[in-house]
Write a protein that binds this ligand. Structure first.
Ligand SMILES: N[C@@H](CCC(=O)N[C@@H](CS)C(=O)NCC(=O)O)C(=O)O
Length: 158
C-alpha cells in the first residue's frame, strides 16, 4: 500500500512517467489517458493542498532579535529541495515555519538545474531533501521528511 501511494505521489508530481514504465507495450495506448488523469488530479489537488498548508500553518516560534539573527545566519547553510505540492515537503515547510527558519526553497520539479543538482548530490531526484553546508564547507544531503524535521528540531527548537 505504501509503495503504491508513493508511486502515485511520484506520478502525480512528475507526470506519471513512473507509472508509464510499468505499463506493457501493448497497453501503450493507455498512456495519454493515464497522463491526463494524473495531470487533472494535480491541477485539482494542488491548490487544495496549498490552501490547507496555509490554513493549518502553525504559530511561529518567537526569538529575541539577536537569537533570530543567529538562526538566520545558520540557515544560510541550508537549502530545501522540494516540489511545491508534495505532501512530505509541505510537512517539512510547516516545521520550518513553526521554528521560524528562513531556509531557501529550491524547486526540483520544474527547474532542471535544481533537479540535476539534487540528483548528483543526493543520488536521487527525491524530495524533500535538505542540503546542509557545514562550517568547514563539507556538504550533506539529508532525505526523508521525518529525518529532516528531526534535524531541524535538534538544531533550532531549543
Ligand atoms: N518517505 C519519503 C517520501 C518522499 C516521496 O515519496 N517524495 C516523492 C514526491 S511526493 C518523490 O520525491 N518522488 C520522486 C521519486 O521517488 O523519485 C519522505 O517522507 O520524505
Amino acid at each position: 500500500m505504501a509503495p503504491c501511494l508513493l508511486s502515485a505521489c511520484g506520478a502525480l508530481f512528475l507526470g506519471a512517467e513512473q507509472i508509464d514504465n510499468t505499463i506493457h507495450p501493448t497497453q501503450s495506448h493507455m498512456k495519454p489517458l493515464i497522463r491526463l488523469f494524473f495531470r487533472t488530479l494535480r491541477i485539482l489537488l494542488g491548490p487544495v493542498m496549498l490552501l490547507k498548508e496555509r490554513l493549518s500553518r502553525p504559530a511561529a516560534l518567537q526569538r529575541t532579535a539577536e537569537q533570530q539573527a543567529e538562526v538566520d545566519s545558520l540557515c544560510n547553510g541550508l537549502a530545501l529541495y522540494q516540489f511545491k505540492t508534495c505532501p512530505f515537503c509541505i510537512k517539512v515547510r510547516q516545521e520550518m515555519h513553526r521554528l521560524s527558519l528562513p531556509i531557501v526553497r529550491l524547486d526540483a520539479q520544474h527547474d532542471a538545474q535544481n533537479r540535476t543538482a539534487l540528483l548528483q548530490g543526493s543520488g536521487a531526484a527525491k524530495v524533500p531533501c535538505l542540503r546542509i553546508t557545514n562550517a568547514n564547507g563539507s556538504v550533506q544531503w539529508l532525505t526523508e521528511s521525518g529525518a529532516i524535521i528531526e534535524h531541524l528540531r535538534g538544531r533550532f527548537a531549543g
